[in-house]
Design a protein around this ligand. Sequence first.
Ligand code: MN
Length: 189
Amino acid sequence: MARLMLLSMSMPRSKRPIFTVQKHQASHLHYDFRLEIGGVLKSWAIPKGPSMDPSVKRLAVEVEDHNLEYANFEGLIQEGHYGAGPVLVWDTGWFEPLDWHRGPASPATMLDAGKLEVHLHGQRLQGGFTLVRMKDQPRHWLLIKQSDKDARPGHEVVEEYDTSILSRRTIEDLEAAVAAGTSDTYCCG
Ligand code: MN
């Protein structure tokens, strides 16, 4: 029995890399889009948030990698620390890298090539998405919904949902809880 447990603990984690989108009310509201690639959360800050409308291109600014443990973080980043302000988990799930015209490729390879296609399995975001790096500004990418059965033309999913997918709290709920001293806070120091 003990041996079986050890074996299962040493097995690679399921082949379902995680993605998460955190709504973050820092000095400017944005949505942090994170994909598990190479053992870390590759991260982009999307000022307007993701869209399910394939005609919409959303600026996604590449930011620093985060640890996998951060994926489900929700709370307040304290004043004086980078990104001070409340954070909630807006969506989470797993993703599959999609092969593109050159054939099968790993997410890390696609990232290096500046075009990453993934199929998201979230609760609010589903289906194919493309992240494409802009030519002149290497940290600037565009996130675009692919035209598939999950696409919702003319629809803004970030307007439809403003709550945490985990706790159903809004940014305002988090702020109120912090003000009342009833919410855990997080300090990134
Ligand atoms: Mn952020």
